[in-house]
Design a protein. Structure first.
Length: 235
């Protein structure tokens, strides 16, 4: 489920998926800030253009864009801006939207994957196969889908063992493979979340020097407790 809020008339439009939302919301208007997008759980989405929207003398090019998780106010925090709701049956009132957000399938999936990761790490040897979303290498969409799972695992306050595997695996791989695409999100999370800064302490250098420099500026002691752990085991 994707929600699109019109800055023009306050209409909230409900779409079953991102493709239909993108088809309805023309790129030129999106680029002009006339649409705000939200995921099934109300989290903000940003439109990323691979081909920019342009206005010519007689025509308009709407470009090509996709949606990805962003930061900012959730849809639940912007209910006062909504003047009407247009969507499929069961999603035609503000009350219905609020109920749908509460029981979001997306959040259920995030919770399920987070729980599965914790159970996998803490399972006795021989362990079962690792959760699919942790496979290496990731494509971009897999990394995008994994990001909220990483944050959810942190919110579940798991054991130090889980934290160490999360840092050395999914987070380190995200930085190494998709550092430029994720660095702003990582920086913001590190500045506002002490648990996330602690998670960064378990990451060894990966990615470009520029990314590593920006990570060091976040206030984390990158790799510090992994170095200490290695030393304590005499390796």
């Amino acid at each position: 489920m994707i929600y699109a809020l019109s800055a023009d008339d306050g209409g909230l439009h409900v779409f079953p998926n991102a493709s239909e939302a993108i088809s309805y919301c023309e790129g030129y208007d999106v680029a002009g800030g006339l649409w705000c997008f939200f995921s099934a759980d109300g989290g903000p989405l940003e439109a990323v253009f691979s081909e920019p929207a342009r206005k010519y003398t007689f025509t308009i090019s709407h470009g090509i864009y996709h949606l990805r998780p962003s930061v900012g106010l959730k849809l639940q925090d912007r209910f006062s801006e909504i003047r009407y709701v247009e969507g499929p049956a069961g999603q035609q009132s503000l009350e219905a939207v609020a109920a749908a957000l509460t029981r979001s399938d997306q959040q259920d999936d995030i919770d399920r994957r987070a729980t599965a990761f914790i159970e996998w790490v803490e399972a006795p040897d021989p362990k079962p196969d690792a959760p699919e979303w942790t496979d290496y290498p990731w494509d971009r969409q897999t990394a995008e889908d994994a990001w909220p799972v990483i944050l959810q695992i942190l919110r579940m306050r798991p054991s130090d063992l889980v934290i160490s595997v999360l840092a050395a695996g999914p987070l380190e791989d995200t930085i190494g493979l998709w550092g430029p695409e994720f660095i702003e999100r990582i920086e913001q999370e590190a500045r506002s979340n002490a648990d996330f800064r602690n998670l960064l302490d378990g990451v060894w250098q990966s990615g470009t020097q520029e990314i590593w420099h920006r990570l060091n500026a976040c206030g984390a002691s990158l790799g510090s407790w992994r170095i200490a752990l290695t030393a304590s085991h005499g390796r």
